[in-house]
Design a protein around this ligand. Structure first.
Ligand code: NAD
Length: 290
């Protein structure tokens, strides 16, 4: 397929590289990042989008997505798929989809989970909003870049699934770190807590697949001095998106709200920026109740 790829950062570069390796013709554009192997880099987003059957965007946020969309929608071929894989607010995703549809394009919002490691290995999970027809066209590309793609319903539903998932993740990480810190004060060995919880009703992806305590459970960023992994500021971004969405539809999400407040304090005032989101554990270790 002829693909335009806009946003060749930590995630976009390996995704574009995998598409090129699989034999697709990829034209790329980024305002700053270097050109990935196998990709033909061009001078503007519009140039990358022109003539492509599928245009993929992997950008930092909803405002930048809106700017890039305004540039590329007018030059894209009618019937082409506009596949946004960035994590953005539901409202921006739905607005960009409306504009793309009005121009005769097929929009999909398809945020991913799996991080940079998943992007490099081609094992991402895509959560996809948009028409069935567009989903079927993009399917072979999801199969190159990932291992699973779930069609979640109409435009915006991919982003909705992503922020709901990551709200659970943020809350669970905090709960798990609190429990380790409480166990420490109670004189309960961390390995014993892991042995019990990982096979009891407190188990979770965080405890079982991303254990936040160094030397305990599975290897994770905790064993690498909390180098990300998934940086705390990205967790904060997703928690903020979940709270923005909750406010817009009047949903009561007190745990998500508290998680957003804790990650905000961690990132902005407590040295968490640039550390993995599981570095909440050393944060709790060093704190007292009062
Ligand atoms: P990144 O900052 O490494 O990459 C974004 C790229 O977009 C940068 O290279 C930047 O130069 C480029 N860019 C910015 N404005 C542009 C414009 N107007 N035109 C063209 N390029 C432009 O970020 P990332 O880690 O690759 O993340 C991208 C998206 O994926 C984000 O929405 C993020 O939330 C999401 N995401 C990231 C991860 C992760 O682990 N890094 C995991 C899942 C989802």
């Amino acid at each position: 397929m002829k693909i335009g790829f806009i946003g060749l950062g930590n995630m976009g570069a390996p995704m574009a590289r995998n598409l090129a390796r699989a034999g697709h013709e990829v034209k790329g554009f980024d305002i700053a990042a270097p050109c990935p192997e196998g990709v033909e880099c061009v001078g503007s987003a519009a140039e990358a989008a022109k003539g492509a059957e599928v245009v993929i965007t992997m950008l930092p946020d909803g405002n930048i997505l809106r700017q890039v969309a305004a540039e590329i929608i007018p030059v894209m071929e009618k019937g082409a798929v506009f596949l946004d894989c960035s994590t953005v607010d539901v409202e921006s995703a739905r607005e960009v989809a409306r504009q793309a549809e009005a121009a005769g394009l097929r929009p999909l919002d398809a945020p991913v989970s799996g991080g940079v490691g998943g992007a490099e290995a081609g094992t991402l999970t895509f959560m996809v909003g948009g028409s069935e027809e567009a989903f079927e066209i993009a399917k072979p590309l999801f199969e190159v870049m990932g291992k699973k793609a779930v069609h979640c319903g109409p435009s915006g539903n991919g982003q909705a699934a992503k922020i709901c998932n990551n709200m659970i993740l943020g809350v669970t990480m905090i709960a798990t770190c609190e429990a380790f810190a409480l166990a420490d004060r109670l004189g309960l060995d961390r390995q014993k807590l892991y042995d019990v919880v990982s096979t009891s009703s407190g188990y979770s992806w965080v405890m079982n697949a991303y254990t936040p305590a160094p030397g305990v459970g599975v290897p994770s960023p905790a064993d690498n001095d909390y180098k990300p992994g998934f940086a705390a500021e990205l967790m904060l971004k997703d928690l903020r998106l979940s709270q923005q969405a909750a406010e817009a539809v009047d949903a009561d999400t007190p745990m998500g709200q508290r998680a957003a407040e804790l990650y905000e304090a961690f990132v902005e005032r407590e040295g968490g920026r640039g550390r993995d989101f599981s570095a909440m554990l050393p944060r709790f270790e060093s704190r007292r109740r009062r």
